[in-house]
Design a protein. Sequence first.
Length: 152
Amino acid sequence: MLGLSIAQFRQGDAEQAKQSLERVLQLNPREATAISLLGDLEVAAGNEEAGIVDYRKAISMDNRFAQPYIALGNLYLKKKDFAESETIFKQAFENCPVNFEVTYGLAVTEENLSHTEKAISLYEQALHMPESSDRLRQVKIHVQQLLNQRGH
């Protein structure tokens, strides 16, 4: 059922995905993946506050599940609430196994807070994590730009 709801969400059928997720949660109210996906649906529908509630609930259900941290941290980045984004990504960095998106999100946040040295260090850590070669190439270019700016 969870797989079906993910497929429905990816196909753009938000209403069916929400119904499927609600069925999953009837069977298992502590299913962090389903709660996080409900947050994604809420944010996609323009209900950011409801999404935030769902992401925080998913984190409380399973604090080692990276996806709700990533979604929440990126939402705060988008809102330019860099202090809150930093808090979320730092929690994720401490609780989740090595994760490119968590490390990258924290690096972006630190860069936006003008913590350039921390950002460079985090970007460099992300370069040693599994990720697509295109994405890694983009990060390498960005790190080089930051290093060049620092040198001036």
